[in-house]
Ligand binder design. Sequence first.
Ligand code: KG4
Ligand code: ZN
Length: 340
Amino acid sequence: MASQNIYILAIESSCDDTAAAVLKNDTLLSNIVATQEVHQKYGGVVPELASRAHQQNIVPVIHEAISQANIDKKDISAIAFTKGPGLMGSLLVGTSFAKSLSMGLDIPLIEVNHMQAHILAHFIKEEGFDIPTFPFLAMTISGGHTQIVNVSNYFEMEVIGQTIDDAVGEAFDKSAKILGLPYPGGPLVDKYAKLGNPKAYKFTKPKVGDLDFSFSGLKTGVLYFIQKQVKDNPNFIQDNMNDICASIQYTIVEILMDKLKKAVKQTGINQIAIGGGVSANSGIRNALKAAEQKYGWKTYVPKFEYTTDNAAMIGIVGYYKYLNKDFSDLSVTATARLKI
Ligand code: KG4
Ligand code: ZN
């Protein structure tokens, strides 16, 4: 007898993206993300506005996910949702909605850790993308996260390094803000960096222990440097935008690569999978490719839509938890600070 297909409806609402996806086993049928534009003019995510926008978006986003998947609600095997970590008000919208759906449809409810999901996103079946084999090191880099995780199995993973202050995406965005670029400035820094000289200016790398990261000093370094230069030449930024961006990006990529090299040395694992919005960065992608050649690493970068916050990654965790019959009861709560 052919084994039965499992359909997971997944919901993600931990920050400023309202997302829903439907998976048939480990294959994606639909992946809908409503990105909240409302935060742009504030230069960062405003939690109160985020939860309100989730309230507005969640019903249409879920409808669209089910409709694009071309399934009927009664086909859904389970509801997976992000329990944390994230913004409390945002998480509550997805959590409450998932609970109600699970109760209404009388199907299992599956809680998902957002950070595990960024890592297991690599297991969504996708033509042209290799799936990592265990064990591997996962580096999750985004506007909210910077960590290196030693992944032994789907659910056995250990954080071996993380930021002690800002996330790497914040380092990009805050530096971009100092340069007068709009939020989120990371992609713009990347764009200008491609045209500049990475060694034009030197920024100090932080001295932080073991495999941990620190990015707040870099932001201050960029600020002081720019203030000093602008005093002499008010057009300094405009005149040198490409070189400034290239030098900032070069420093950030060096910081990430230094720690990765150290992690490979400590663990003996040379398979590296990256995720999170910053994995779109051309500097880190090139550095990883170079490391494949130079050190024999095998590196994995997932499809872009699975690296930024999305529900497909919540769905793949839901699928593996479903296979383990690892279900949550209706008393489950959202948790802002949730560890892997
Ligand atoms: O994963 P994501 O969409 O959202 C969360 O932060 O959870 O990541 C967004 C972050 C922002 O900080 C954005 O500036 C950064 O990823 N980012 C980039 C690039 N694309 C996105 N940073 C550097 N270079 C890029 N190409
Ligand atoms: Zn995330």
